[in-house]
Design a protein around this ligand. Structure first.
Ligand code: 5GP
Ligand code: ZN
Length: 134
């Protein structure tokens, strides 16, 4: 993808603060961090979102997220850890090259990733189960 900023960063055409790199992925510090250490896992091959992402890459990305979470917990002494992955504008995606957010959490931080829980109605439950063929 010629015009994709994360393709350029992942493949080293644009420099970035890189925490990890292998043949398929680069992990970089986010330029607009939600917390100290906020990082992004970028696959080197372009996929816009989770729907386009090859299964094999998806599996490897999750394993890498686990390894990074362990490493960052030890190094940064964070108290918790969020892994966030947005798909589509309505879900907050702003860069349309698949990425996973690694967000270290610290007691008292102001990171807002919460929502107000609703209540699962019988109607919604039945409708969703039916639509998903259950
Ligand atoms: P999204 O909203 O698509 O899930 O996340 C995009 C993330 O990429 C944001 O957290 C934003 O701060 C980060 N970001 C956008 N452009 C750049 C960039 O050029 N370099 C880095 N390191 N992060 C970026
Ligand atoms: Zn891309």
């Amino acid at each position: 993808m010629d015009n994709c900023i994360f393709c350029k960063i992942a493949n080293g055409e644009i420099p970035s603060a890189t925490l990890y790199e292998d043949e398929e992925f680069r992990v970089i510090l986010d330029l607009g961090p939600a917390s100290k250490g906020h990082a992004l896992i970028l696959p080197k091959v372009h996929a816009a979102d989770i729907y386009e992402l090859p299964e094999e890459t998806a599996g490897k990305a999750m394993i890498l997220a686990k390894h990074m979470a362990e490493k960052m917990k030890d190094a940064l002494h964070c108290d918790g850890f969020n892994i966030v992955q947005n798909n589509g504008e309505i879900a907050g995606q702003t860069v349309f090259h698949f990425h996973m957010h690694l967000i270290p959490r610290y007691k008292g931080d102001q990171v807002g990733l919460t929502w107000t829980p609703g209540k699962l109605s019988d109607k919604d439950r039945d409708e969703i189960l039916e639509k998903l063929g259950r």
